[in-house]
Design a protein around this ligand. Structure first.
Ligand code: RIB
Ligand code: CA
Length: 302
């Protein structure tokens, strides 16, 4: 059975690169948008713009969470630009030309394809938390696996010294999901900080001239400007997407991960305790960066 992925996403530049990557691999079953890098409206518009650019408007869009369960999100516009796609300002396609679905659709395809569908979450975990609250145990047990871009276990966070953005944006939702006992892999900053898109990569992509590659180059250069310190841009979301296809890209260790909610300083920290009876999740502790970057670049250049 070919991979089938439901993507919960807040496009966002690295989200957009993950969407392009998964679309080229023809594994995207649905795009489920959430507030995160920008408002739900803007993130959903960006999903529409990307599907239009990719010629993949047969992929259904589910408009998800408009606000977090924990706090009113204040996203940091400059990371992803005013439009959330590196100020590329693509035209907004007509909404009527897309396939719009809802949470019931996600529940029905999970039930109709037991053990076949992977949920990849590359934004705040609000959508997943709502699914946990709404779906039956039978439906939840039909999920093949959940891959989560989020958290910082043995490294500092990127919003505070303790918390990573996707967790910090909705720690309540993150705690619900990470302690849910469902099969999941956590792709956190511990490994996404080891996969960096550089200007050299961008030049290889733009050398293969096409409107899509021109867009990727322009959007990515904006992203690199924000990450000047590291001479590149972290490929957080594309790594999580790639792990859903090839888990051998990373090395994992099992931990019980909990999320700090009651300490204002460490709010949103994902911390590991080795606890026998608690649900354990596979946490990415290392990555074969070269193998991932080859996979990512070869797929984008298809
Ligand atoms: O911390 C990185 C995560 O936050 C990525 O998903 C990025 O898109 C932002 O949402
Ligand atoms: Ca994201």
């Amino acid at each position: 059975m070919p991979y089938q992925i439901i993507l919960s996403t807040d496009p966002g530049i690295d989200d957009a690169l993950a969407i392009i990557f998964l679309s080229k691999l023809k594994v995207l079953k649905a795009i489920w948008t959430t507030v995160g890098n920008n408002t739900l409206e803007v993130c959903t518009h960006n999903a529409m713009k990307l599907l239009e650019l990719l010629g993949r408007k047969e992929i259904p869009i589910i408009k998800g969470a408009a606000q977090s369960l924990s706090l009113n999100l204040d996203f940091i516009a400059e990371v992803h630009g005013k439009d959330g796609l590196g100020n590329t300002f693509l035209p907004l396609p007509d909404a009527s030309s897309f396939i719009w679905k809802n949470l019931d659709y996600i529940i029905s395809i999970l039930e109709e394809n037991p053990g076949e569908i992977t949920i990849v979450s590359i934004g705040p975990l609000t959508n997943l938390a709502i699914l946990l609250q709404k779906a039956s145990k039978k439906t939840l047990n039909s999920i093949k696996e959940i891959i989560i871009m989020g958290g910082a276990v043995n490294v500092p966070g990127n919003v505070t010294p303790y918390a990573e953005f996707n967790i910090y944006s909705d720690p309540k939702a993150a705690k619900l999901v990470l302690t849910s006992k469902l099969p999941m892999i956590l792709v956190g900053l511990d490994i996404t900080h080891k996969v960096i898109l550089t200007e050299a990569h961008i030049q290889v992509i733009e050398a293969k001239r096409s409107p899509l590659n021109e867009f990727i180059a322009k959007m990515s250069r904006y992203y690199l400007k924000f990450h000047k310190r590291i001479q590149g841009g972290y490929l957080h979301d594309p790594l999580a997407a790639a792990v859903a296809i090839d888990p051998s890209l990373i090395t994992t260790q099992d931990f019980f991960i909990d999320v700090i909610l009651d300490d204002p300083l460490k709010f949103g920290q994902t911390y590991p305790t080795k606890s026998r009876e608690a649900p354990v999740i596979s946490v990415g502790v290392d990555v074969n960066s070269e193998k991932f970057l080859n996979f990512f670049m070869n797929t984008l250049l298809k």
